[in-house]
Design a protein around this ligand. Sequence first.
Ligand code: PEP
Ligand code: MG
Length: 882
Amino acid sequence: TKQVYSFGPDGTEGRSDMRELLGGKGANLAEMASLGLPVPPGFTISTAVCAHHTETGGYPEGLTDEVREALAKVESRVGARFGDPKNPLLVSVRSGAPASMPGMMDTVLNLGLNDETVRGLADKAQDERFAYDSYRRFIQMFGDVVLGIDHSRFEEALELYKEEHGYNLDTELTADDWKALIEQFKQIVEDETGEPFPQDPEQQLWKAINAVFGSWMNQRAVTYRRLHNIPQNWGTAVNVQAMVFGNMGDDCATGVAFTRDPSTGDNEFYGEFLPNAQGEDVVAGIRTPQPLTTHAKQKNDSDLPALEETMPSVYRQLHDVRQKLESHYRDMQDIEFTVQRGTLYMLQTRTGKRTARAALTIAVDMVKDGIITESEAVERVSPASLDQLLHPTLDPEAEREVIARGLPASPGAAAGVAVFTADRAEELSQAGTDVILCRTETSPEDIHGMHAAKGIVTARGGMTSHAAVVARGMGRPCVAGAGQLRIDEQQRRMIVDGVTVKEGDTITIDGAAGEVIRGKVPTVKPELSGEFATFMGWADRLRELGVRTNAETPQDARTAVEFGAQGIGLCRTEHMFFESDRITAVREMILAESEEGRRGPLARIEPMQRQDFVDLFRIMAGFPVTIRLLDPPLHEFLPREDADMHEVAQAAGMTVDQVRARALKLTEANPMLGHRGCRLGITYPEIYEMQVRAIFNAAADVAEETGETVEPEIMIPLVAVAKELEILRGLVDRVASEVMKDRGTRIAYKVGTMIELPRAAMLADAIAKHADFFSFGTNDLTQTAFGISRDDAASFMPTYQSQGILSTDPFISLDQDGVGKLVEMGAREGRRSNPALSLGICGEHGGDPDSIGFCQGTELEYVSCSPYRVPIARLAAAQAAI
Ligand code: PEP
Ligand code: MG
């Protein structure tokens, strides 16, 4: 099979839909070349070769010949020869995986230079300084990436040289200076590796290819893939491409751009460039880049000239490329370009990463402009990213002590304590503290800290700097390039205009305004109208699954309704039992030794419980409300603190010692498998009777008051045996008819059960005979199917994931292979024996986009999730239905 694919002005072998084989970069370079855009010629070695290399350490047969042929094509296209001392071809060697992994893997530029070809380059460019600067950069990059020499070795040598010669800036060094440094750099290589710097370009090329393939398995790439759920076995492609130079003088430049604003989604050409600069200089954030358009220049109040002003004809060409790429890809693109002596070259295009707000705006705009359909728009926004839009933003009325301003690199507001290293960010956040990571600039080594932080601040770098790109991808608010900040990592502090912020001091950042603020600023609710509402309306029209919420407090229920919930799928009544007005009565009830003893406190709890339901029914008027009768082990309610013991003792007329003895007796060895769920209803029916009475009285109250009907759905937890449900259904029906008779009214209701034990799934047919509905309680079902405690999994789950034993945490995303089989079986058998049975899910998985796809496939009627996940579930359900 073919392993190497050429691209260039005449004859390109790849296409954009071959990204699995060619990686994103290779596939899109090929596509751009086919579109007739100015792409320097090159070739891509496929990801299949990487897989082979990772496995065996070697290369498949025939690869050297294919590479030689492809290189010959590049030579003839460019009109230069690899290794030719007079007219050398130079190439870049870059990784490019099927999924974008910004900055994660390695790149070598200027490859092909050696002691001879450097003179050829100097003659060709008529610029000796440029040639030797390129050569020393090559040795540096090659030394670092390919030979594994710490890059600080080279930097120290350079700094020392500058000091000795009284230079401040790299630009002050002459060709002779670079020549002298090159000798030093070569010596460093020899000292470190025991071998001279390789002079043979062919050898350089293969070593670089090796290194790029090897970089697929480096630690930060492995971590990035784990965080972004990218399979470890995909492999990267290697792109070898003729070099073009953005650093040959003032008519040269290099830059990156987005075809629309990646932060707001506005239909404006957005980008940055550096004149006379090479390769990664823009992304590295070392010099402050200049805007592309005069519009952006004015908007950001920049005094640096725009590309539109300094190179108008290049700008016009680039603008044409923008139009061409957007209409071809029908999506916002992120592009890289280089200008060599006034000529524009395109080095990359890919679908641009964007904030949730931008994703929404772009999708809605593109539908309005007839570029994409509503259902394409719905497919383009990642459900999880909506989370960014649902959270509070800074209160515009609140006082803000702004201590620094930077670029609005990623929107959202966050407050936390300032930390100055990624490791510290991770440490403190693991200890439960919200942190804001403040760095001079970030690099791929900071990823774990950025992930742990609530927000990110950098002192250097633009909108396309590493910090900005990664923060947007992660949905973290970010202020980039706040130039006034002086960050002192050693002393753990930063200083701005005389104000010192030490590690542990609280700051707030506003990523949409680009502000760093002292202290914690109050927040306000997000805006859910406009584009958001339009977009969610499309999702609602497309989806088939209903979306309910898990809520028991009026506030959660209200939030959920605002977010579009169509009822309550799980009201955990035990949460109500912990309220301060009744917890003592609850404890008294539990500690009582007889039914008689329980009835007293239950009678006191009942009116409070009734009021709880009245509140919920009012808020959920017209929607179904599923109320689960008491579920947790009684053990959980036992008093532990001395003060609580006293209080209960007093209320119950017992001594503290009696209370303590009774509590000890009720303590269970394995409470999650103990006296809980419907077992409580079987042993202490008076508890469930009280709850059912409260529910039906509340329903009658609200019906009388508002005329609106409510549909209570009474749910029995943790059923394993059909007989349990049969008995408890009898209890519900009996109490319901008593209340209805008493109130002289009729209330439509349902009785059902949770399917949260494997046995219940296996005997769903028998259980369904007594149920109007099933709700899959996949939290307990996962716990009991795996035999892994949901409360204790955190100590070993990360190891299981990093060793690839489990690809995702089964308590977050449904284990479709195993637990999913139980759900399928429960649904199928339940329906078979009771065709009228309705089915839903209320475990945490009800708000997880992948699991929602599974629910659609299993033809459940609804998913139920926590209020903040309701919009996510609406969108995920729509995507699952498309
Ligand atoms: C479940 O087990 O999935 C469930 C929803 O119930 P809880 O989380 O309250 O145990
Ligand atoms: Mg449960």
